[in-house]
Design a protein around this ligand. Structure first.
Ligand code: F8G
Length: 233
């Protein structure tokens, strides 16, 4: 069992029981997690190729979802996105747009993209492949994904954050980030040292290990080992 496989199953667990909704996992580890969930705990999950086709976990086309229709699905709310983050704060505000002062950013990144609309319309989780204080900051430089200290409206639903070290949710005071579990071999102190604010800590579990059957499925889904390049070690 590798750390990457723990991360894939933690991402699969984000979708467990999600029913017939569109999974939109950004990045190879959440994408593997969504495909694993479809094969295990979320058999009705819809998986997009990111363009216009819905695919089963083997890559066989099973539906047509052109780009314009994605906006209808977002507005309707039957979607669970797992986005990346250049910065995340304790309330779950996310930045993928720019670093530094807004008037004169030192780095221009992806832009706001779908982040604001995603977070106000449907369930949103985050995947952070390198859990560092540079990502987990006291305050983000630009708010793209809406956090709990803002009015996200009635459909705002920040679910969980999976990283290469841990799983967090928003069960802390005022719906701030709480440490749910540390991955096998990681300590709570490791996570606190890698987080630029203090997440809420009460009872911290160890992230579950993938079963032998899940490890075999992950191997089938990712024969080239893309997961190990995303999460080495
Ligand atoms: C930093 C930091 C930091 C980065 N602090 N410096 C520096 C200081 C770093 C580098 C440089 C670059 C619905 C929908 C959509 C759609 C529609 C439909 C979405 C509306 C589809 C298309 C669209 C959004 C989806 C994601 C993002 C996934 C990732 C990234 C990354 C890395 C975030 C991890 N904190 N950070 N720097 N998108 N991508 O030292 O400096 O900046 O750094 O849902 O789109 O439009 O909308 O980001 O940056 O979820 O997760 O990969 O940009 O690659 O290379 O790390 O080295 O150049 O000097 P990155 P990176 P230097 S939903």
């Amino acid at each position: 069992m590798t750390r990457a496989e723990v991360c894939v199953t933690a991402c699969a667990d984000l979708f467990a029981g999600d029913g017939e909704i569109l999974a939109s996992p950004m990045g190879p580890v959440p994408a593997l997690g969504a495909r694993l969930a479809r094969l295990t705990t979320a058999p009705d999950l819809l998986l997009s190729d990111g363009e216009a086709t819905l695919l089963d976990p083997a890559g066989t086309p099973e539906g047509w979802l052109p780009y314009r229709a994605v906006f209808d699905v977002v507005a309707h709310g039957r979607r669970h996105v797992v986005m990346g983050a250049n910065q995340l704060d304790r309330y779950g505000n996310q930045n993928i747009s720019g670093i530094g002062p807004h008037a004169r950013p030192t780095r221009a990144l992806l832009g706001f993209r779908g982040a604001p609309g995603n977070t106000v319309n449907h369930r949103t989780s985050y995947w952070v492949p390198r859990h560092t204080p540079r990502v987990f900051v006291p305050a983000v430089d630009v708010v793209c994904g809406v956090g709990h200290d803002r009015d996200g409206g009635p459909f705002h639903d920040l679910y969980r954050v999976v990283t290469d070290l841990a799983v967090l949710d928003f069960g802390g005071p005022d719906r701030t980030m709480r440490l749910v579990s540390v991955h096998p071999g990681v300590t709570v102190d490791d996570v606190l040292a890698a987080t630029g604010f203090t997440p809420h800590v009460d009872e911290v579990a160890v992230t579950r290990e993938p079963s032998a059957a899940e490890i075999a499925l992950i191997g089938d889904l990712d024969p080239a080992g893309e997961r190990d390049r995303a999460v080495p070690g």
